[in-house]
Design a protein around this ligand. Structure first.
Ligand code: KIV
Length: 279
């Protein structure tokens, strides 16, 4: 059964914790759906993780739609959440038009990075019936914001508390807390009535979100906020190296990998070749 925003909301009280992973393509979407991950996030991190851009501000709405559609095709059960890219959110009108494009492409909801100027955008999109997940703390789309933990001093912690309350009031059904100290994320989680989903925000959020490449060990870098559950980069490289070696040494393909051909067909072809050579 498809997971709805109301079902996610109910998990704040009833548990279990919400699980969210980034998902950028069809095969990943099929596997995550099979594993029953609650939310597949088509994050704008697709820009740096998949498309090779220098930063997420380069991601276009067309990039998001292309990847979103492949994820939607592979998903039956997970809630598909799609990031609104930086370029698609210049004004509230802009944000709404682009949120509608994502909803038409199959997104069950959109995520909007939420510094102060985003509150009106959230309420505009929500008022048109499109579920919005807010995102506060470290927000990579915010120009000039240094990568790092947010809310360690009284001023920024107060600002983030106010922002989280404003997002809730504007109608966000869920909120991502990125790189926030655990004690602050716990306080926000207790204060808000919508579920909090943390990344680098500690143990007390209502759910967790991770970048799929980080937990699989495809990302070679080690992040404090991530746990590598596999070493896929190493497995990947071993497999490719073995393929290269086998091909060059004649060990691949073998008899098991070939199609058979009736004798009369090959005899006919050989006869044709022979006749052509001697004509
Ligand atoms: O785009 C992304 O990967 C995200 C997560 C880090 C929450 O927004």
């Amino acid at each position: 059964m498809k997971i709805t925003k109301d079902a996610l909301g109910a998990r704040k009280k009833s548990g279990p914790k919400i699980t969210m992973l980034t998902s950028y393509d069809y095969p990943t979407a099929c596997l995550l759906d099979e594993c029953n991950v609650d939310v597949q996030l088509v994050g704008d991190s697709v820009g740096t993780n998949i498309l090779g851009y220098d930063d997420v501000s380069q991601v276009t709405i067309q990039d998001m739609i292309h990847h979103l559609k492949s994820v939607v095709r592979g998903t039956k059960k997970s809630f598909v959440l799609c990031d609104m890219p930086f370029k698609a959110c210049r004004t509230s009108k802009d944000t709404l038009e682009n949120a509608k494009l994502l909803a038409d492409a199959g997104a069950d909801g959109v995520k909007i990075e939420s510094e102060k100027c985003a509150i009106e955008k959230i309420s505009t999109v929500v008022s048109e019936g499109i579920p919005v997940c807010a995102h506060i703390g470290y927000t990579p789309q915010t120009p000039g914001l240094k990568v790092g933990v947010q809310g360690k001093d009284i001023q920024r912690a107060t600002e983030l508390l106010q922002l989280s309350k404003q997002c809730e009031k504007a109608g966000a059904f869920m909120i991502v807390l990125e790189l926030i100290p655990e004690r602050l994320a716990k306080a926000f989680t207790e204060e808000l009535s919508i579920p909090t989903v943390g990344i680098g925000a500690g143990r007390y959020c209502d759910g967790q979100v991770q970048v799929i490449l980080d937990i699989l060990g495809i990302t070679e870098k080690d992040f404090r906020h991530a746990k590598k559950y596999a070493q896929v980069a190493a497995t990947y490289k071993d497999a490719v190296s073995s393929y290269i070696k086998d091909t060059q040494n004649g060990y691949f393909p073998t008899e098991n990998h070939i199609a058979s051909l009736p004798d009369d067909v090959i005899e006919h072809i050989q006869k044709l070749i022979h006749e052509k050579k001697h004509s």
